[in-house]
Ligand binder design. Structure first.
Ligand SMILES: [Zn+2]
Length: 217
């Protein structure tokens, strides 16, 4: 769905495409779309990804594999703990305004090392060495929010961090917020389970469409 003549899908269509691909991956029936030499040549001149993935860098969270997609489909930005510094925001803004991607997905996962490191830092009052501190600092607001809400379970903290990342994208990128406001783009948060391979929507906003529930899932 990423050829040059293909119209830009609606946000909810893009989301459905991702969920269908993840279902194929989970059930062991991937179709590996858009990974052949012909498609490689077809998308060489221009790209029209239908989704932006702002995901954790975790090596088990490879977007094209877990959503069963191929070349030209996904614009992927990954940092440990899916933090959203200026370069991440700029990359997302490029994808939604220049490339016209209709959907942004924050992709977190259970057993996230970045969240665990931030929790250890908060618990012990120590700062990790080098630039790791920047990752921890970026995750800390989610941990403080979890503490304020009485959330202690690591997986629930991770879901909260995913929701917090969705909010951070919208709060810190006026460009993205305007795209959502105009109904051109949706932003959702998904939590991935490493063992099961399954994604679950935990947060987000999709532009309203008649006859659909944008918060379903
Ligand atoms: Zn992680």
């Amino acid at each position: 769905m990423s050829g040059p003549e293909t119209p830009v899908p609606r946000p909810e269509q893009a989301l459905a495409e991702l969920i269908e691909g993840n279902h194929r991956f989970v059930t062991g029936t991937p179709s590996h779309p858009n990974q052949d030499a012909g498609h490689r040549a077809a998308v060489a001149d221009e790209q029209h990804p239908f989704a932006v993935i702002v995901g954790c860098s975790d090596s088990r969270l490879a977007a094209e594999i877990i959503f069963d997609r191929g070349l030209g489909d996904l614009f992927v930005v990954r940092t440990a703990g899916h933090t959203t510094g200026p370069e991440v925001l700029g990359s997302v803004e490029y994808a939604v305004t220049v490339l016209r991607a209709p959907l942004v997905v924050v992709l977190g996962h259970d057993s996230c090392g970045a969240v665990r490191a931030a929790r250890e830092s908060l618990d012990t009052g120590t700062q990790p060495p080098g630039h790791l501190g920047a990752v921890v600092d970026a995750v800390l607001p989610s941990l403080r929010r979890a503490a304020a809400e009485g959330v202690d379970d690591l997986d629930r903290i991770i879901d909260l961090h995913i929701a917090q990342t969705v909010e951070a994208l919208l709060d810190n990128s006026a460009v993205l917020a305007a795209e959502v406001e105009a109904g051109r783009c949706g932003v959702v948060g998904m939590s991935y389970r490493l063992a099961a391979g399954e994604v679950r929507q935990v947060a987000g906003v999709l532009p309203a469409v008649a006859g659909s529930d944008p918060t379903a899932g």
